[in-house]
Design a binder for this molecule. Structure first.
Ligand code: TYD
Ligand code: MG
Length: 452
């Protein structure tokens, strides 16, 4: 008999291969193939053949006879902005994934939510990462002391699903999905099969018992880890917790929300008694920022989400030889192209200038709407002129120096308004009172660069 061979399963997209390779042929991710024992494969095959026979015909009903889910069945997190991100609070029966880098504050945020919800509801916090004692320390620090807040330490997907299904709790926190495993599956915790199967078990339990569930998922800086990616398709709401681990703002956004919009954002700051909502982010953003020449705030879109980032330019006279052009967070070829456009279409002389571009906060811009902001930052630095403080910039620059329209202008404008800005220098095609329309690069510089 031929010995059963193991397969190599991509932890990013789930494709399986006979041979290991450094790069997944299906999704192109590097170093994501993981060996899977042959038993896992057989397990799913026998399950498939048994499952086909045991099915029965569905009993469908007319849509007119269905009662809508009650809008009152939402649990408030005690954070107004976070409630808005969720579409009005945590919906009973919904499964929410909170994804973020390790150490960003997921456990802290959830413990604070637990403390608030436990004032009127039964809440269970399940941790597979920390012991009861460690969680208690955090609870003391955050002032979570309700009798209705229960804790369990477990890494068993089966046990957790069973507990949820019992319906004793209105809210269950699972911290984190990467630590869970199902007894029926032999692969290690954190692999695609464990994460997706445990996820499915928990989702089914949440739906039958009408329990709100929040699952924690760790992701690396570039979001490559298996778990959350697979889970994103299964859960109702995906919240991304982003920001710097050490100080600075942290944002929670919904990248997917079956019960609300994905345009809201909640901004937090970590203090010594947990996370605090930043009530006036625009003020804080502007206070941190020094409005020197060469600094421009740009409204960008990250995936489907709007984001304001600061673009800085530094322009120095070249001391010898060839001028130096460096970009951090921005494509260097695009920068060279924009410099060429600036030289040709405006009166700026840049051929003997070193130019440095920096996107603040380690962000990487992959958005053609950054063109105008980069050009204006360079012009501002070169001419030592500032742009108005309350203005954001976005727009694509063509080779003729014309300003072209960009994707999702409304979302960029909404984000700028939300963060307290008064105007946006943007393509003239956008019809909005908020917009200071510009048709070409030259007029944009002439009109809006102050003489200060
Ligand atoms: P944590 O919530 O454990 O992060 P995650 O669950 O996402 O891995 O904690 C994040 C960091 O926040 C941790 O390094 C300690 C810090 N912290 C505070 O600064 N103040 C606090 O009140 C708490 C509870 C944590
Ligand atoms: Mg944690």
């Amino acid at each position: 008999m031929v010995k059963a061979k193991s397969r190599y399963v991509c932890q990013n997209c789930g494709a399986s291969f006979v041979k290991w390779a450094g790069r997944c042929e299906n999704c192109g991710e590097w170093n994501t193939l993981l060996e899977q024992a042959p038993s896992v494969e057989t397990e799913s095959k026998t399950a498939l053949s048994r499952g086909a026979v045991s099915g029965k015909k569905l009993e469908a009903v007319s849509i007119n006879t269905i009662e809508p889910s009650d809008a009152g069945s939402r649990l408030s997190t005690s954070f107004a902005d976070l409630d808005a991100v969720l579409g009005g609070g945590l919906l009973l029966g919904s499964v929410n994934l909170l994804a973020g880098q390790p150490g960003i504050g997921k456990s802290t945020l959830l413990m604070q939510i637990c403390a608030a919800v436990a004032e009127g509801h039964q809440v269970l916090y399940v941790s597979g990462e920390e012991s009861a004692g460690q969680v208690k320390l955090r609870a003391i620090r955050l002032g979570a002391s309700s009798d209705k807040l229960h804790f369990a330490s477990s890494t068993s997907g089966n046990d957790i699903a069973k507990t949820i299904e019992d319906g004793e709790y209105d809210l269950v926190i699972v911290d984190s999905i990467q630590t869970l495993s199902m007894a029926e599956i032999s692969s290690a915790p954190g692999t695609v099969s464990q994460v997706s199967n445990c996820g499915n078990l928990i989702i089914r339990a949440a739906k039958t018992s009408n329990t709100a569930v929040v699952i924690v998922g760790h992701v690396t800086k570039d979001g490559t880890l298996a778990g959350p990616k697979v889970l994103e398709h299964l859960v109702d709401v995906v919240l991304n917790f982003e920001g710097d681990r050490y100080g600075g703002f942290k944002t929670v956004r919904a990248v997917k929300n079956r019960f609300g919009s994905t345009n809201e954002v909640a901004i937090f700051e970590m203090a010594n008694k947990g996370l605090i909502e930043v009530k006036n982010p625009s003020e804080a953003l502007l206070s941190e920022r020094q409005n020197t020449d060469g600094s421009i705030i740009m409204a960008t879109i990250e995936g489907t989400r709007p984001l304001l980032v600061e673009i800085q330019a530094l322009v120095n006279t070249t001391n010898f030889g060839y001028p130096k052009r460096t970009a951090s967070g921005f494509d260097i070829n695009r920068l060279n192209l924009l410099i060429a456009v600036l030289e040709k279409r405006t009166k700026l002389k840049l051929q003997d200038k070193d130019i440095f571009i920096n996107v603040v906060g380690g962000m990487r811009l992959n958005d053609s709407a950054a063109d105008l902001a980069v050009c204006m930052a360079i012009a501002s630095a070169a001419a030592a002129r500032k742009l108005d403080e309350e203005v954001v910039v976005f727009g694509e620059v063509g080779l003729g120096g014309e300003i072209r329209s960009v994707t999702a202008p409304d979302r960029r404008i909404a984000e700028a308004k939300k963060l307290g800005f008064k105007h946006a220098i943007a393509p003239a095609t956008i019809k909005d009172k908020f917009v200071l329309p510009v048709k070409d690069l030259r007029s944009a510089l002439v009109k809006y660069m102050n003489n200060k």
